[in-house]
Unconditional design. Structure first.
Length: 423
C-alpha cells in the first residue's frame, strides 16, 4: 500500500514479487478506516491527550505523562523523545500509532500522551483520531518554510482542537494566539479551560517565585475555582512552569486529587535535552554547560533569559540554524543571541543541502557582539568549553538529538556525548 503521488513503487514490486500492492489516492486521510479493519477501533479503548504549540510540547507532554502514570493509570509518551525506534517524526502516522496503541493495550496501558505537530495535523497523520484533551502551549515563528505565513501555521494548530479534541481544550491565553484560539473555539461551542496571568483565565497564575542561590526551586500559586493552591517544584524557568501548569490543569479536569499533584511535582524528572546542566572543571575553572533544544527565536530568548536569572557570569552561546528550513528566522535568532549572550559561536545545526557558510552568514547579520564561526559542531563545542574562560556555555538547537543531517546523510552526533567526553 503506498501514497500514489510522486511515489515509484517499482523497486518494491521487484523486491517483493509475491506481495500484492494497492495504489491508494490520499492514503493519509483513509488510514484510520484501513487500520480499524485490521486492529479494530483501538481509539475506543484508550484515552488520548495531545499537546501542541511552537515551544514546550515535549516538556509538557513529558510531565503530563509522568503525572498520569504516578497518579492515575499507566501512560505512554509518544513524541520527540519517545524511546520507540519506530517514532521518527514528532507525530508519527497512524500506521505507527496504531501499532504502538496495540502494544500498549496488551501491557494494560490506556493513556497515551502525544506531541501533535502542525505538520502532523496538516498531513493527516492523526486524521479521525479522537483526543479527550488537547493542550495549546504557545505559538511563535517557526516552520514558515512549510506554512508560508503565521496565519496558516496557526490554522493548522487550531484544526487539531476543532477536529480532534472531543472533551476539553486547555489553552495558555497569555499567548496572543492562545487567546485567539480560545475565542474561536468558544464561537464553535467547544469546551475550553484556560490558564495564565490573565484575569480571564480559568486557572489564574497568582505569582511565581524562583530560588536560585542554593537549592534551585520554584514556588507558584494558582487560583482554581476560587481556591488558592500553592506548589513547590524543582522545575525552574517561567516558560517551563507554564508547561507544568498546563499538565496540572489536565489533572484538575480529570478530578485527580490536587494535593497528590502537589506532592508529585516537588521532584520531577527533567526531559532529555531540555535545560540539561553538566558541570565541568576546565583549567581550574568551574563551568556550567547547558544543553537545550531551543531552535526558534522565542525559545532561544526564553532559555537565555532564564539562564541569566539563574547563573552569575558571562554566557558563551553555541548554536546554528537548520538548512532547508525557514531562512527568515536566522537573523532573528542572531538578534536574540546578540542581546542575551556575551560571546556567540555560530556552528552547524542540521545544514542538510544548504551551504553551511551561507546559513552562518545569515545568522551573523543579527550578531554584533563577540563572535566566531566554527562550522564543525564538535570543534565548536570543544572550543567553547576548553579554549575560553566563559563560566556558562549554552549549547542550543539539538538537545536530545543523536544525529546531524549533512547533505543527505544522517550521521551520529550528540551534543551531550561531546560535552561528556571533554576533559
Amino acid at each position: 500500500m503506498y501514497e500514489e503521488a510522486n511515489f515509484d513503487a517499482s523497486t518494491y514490486l521487484k523486491k517483493y514479487p509475491k506481495i500484492k500492492f494497492l495504489g491508494v489516492r490520499d492514503l493519509a486521510w483513509k488510514q484510520k478506516k484501513v487500520l480499524d479493519r485490521v486492529y479494530g477501533n483501538l481509539n475506543r479503548h484508550i484515552k488520548l491527550y495531545g499537546v501542541t504549540g511552537t515551544n514546550g510540547k515535549t516538556s509538557t507532554a513529558f510531565w503530563l505523562n509522568h503525572l498520569l502514570s504516578k497518579l492515575e493509570k499507566p501512560s505512554k509518551l509518544i513524541g520527540t523523545i519517545s524511546k520507540d525506534k519506530v517514532v521518527i517524526n514528532t507525530t508519527p502516522d497512524l500506521f505507527v500509532l496504531y501499532s504502538l496503541f496495540n502494544k500498549g493495550i496488551q501491557k494494560n496501558i490506556k493513556n497515551f500522551v502525544l506531541e501533535v505537530s502542525s505538520h502532523g495535523v496538516d498531513q493527516g497523520r492523526i486524521h479521525e483520531l479522537n483526543f479527550e484533551y488537547g493542550i495549546f502551549t504557545n505559538l511563535s515563528r517557526d516552520h514558515l518554510d512549510y506554512h508560508k505565513t503565521m496565519n496558516n501555521y496557526f490554522l493548522s494548530k487550531e484544526r487539531f482542537f476543532i477536529e480532534n479534541v472531543k472533551k476539553e481544550s486547555v489553552i495558555n491565553i497569555d499567548n496572543s494566539y492562545g487567546m485567539r484560539l480560545a475565542n474561536n473555539l468558544i464561537k464553535l461551542n467547544k469546551k475550553i479551560f484556560t490558564f495564565g496571568f490573565s484575569k480571564e483565565a480559568n486557572v489564574k497564575i497568582i505569582n511565581i517565585k524562583q530560588q536560585f542561590l542554593t537549592n534551585k526551586y520554584s514556588e507558584f500559586s494558582l487560583q482554581i475555582a476560587n481556591k488558592i493552591h500553592t506548589f513547590k517544584t524543582n522545575v525552574i524557568g517561567e516558560f517551563n512552569l507554564y508547561n507544568l501548569i498546563s499538565a496540572i490543569c489536565i489533572c484538575y479536569l480529570k478530578k485527580i486529587d490536587i494535593h497528590k499533584v502537589t506532592e508529585v511535582i516537588k521532584r520531577l524528572p527533567v526531559p532529555d535535552g531540555r535545560m540539561n546542566v553538566i558541570n565541568k572543571t576546565i583549567n581550574n575553572i568551574q563551568k556550567k554547560v547547558i544543553i537545550d533544544y531551543a531552535h526558534t527565536p522565542d525559545g532561544l530568548k526564553k532559555l537565555l533569559q532564564t539562564i541569566k536569572k539563574i547563573y552569575q557570569g558571562k554566557i558563551l552561546l553555541v548554536f546554528g540554524c537548520g538548512g532547508d528550513r525557514d531562512k527568515g528566522k536566522r537573523k532573528l535568532m542572531g538578534n536574540v543571541a546578540n542581546h542575551y549572550a556575551d560571546f556567540v559561536c555560530i556552528t552547524n545545526d542540521n545544514p542538510r543541502n544548504e551551504n553551511p557558510n551561507q546559513i552562518a552568514d545569515q545568522i551573523c547579520e543579527g550578531v554584533s557582539c563577540l563572535k566566531k564561526i566554527i562550522l564543525d559542531r564538535k570543534k565548536a563545542i570543544e572550543y567553547a568549553i576548553k579554549k575560553t574562560n566563559y563560566p556558562i556555555v549554552v549549547i542550543a538547537g539539538k538537545g536530545h538529538e543523536k544525529y546531524q543531517i549533512i547533505k543527505n546523510k544522517k550521521i551520529d552526533f550528540s551534543d551531550k556525548k561531546v560535552v561528556m567526553d571533554i576533559n
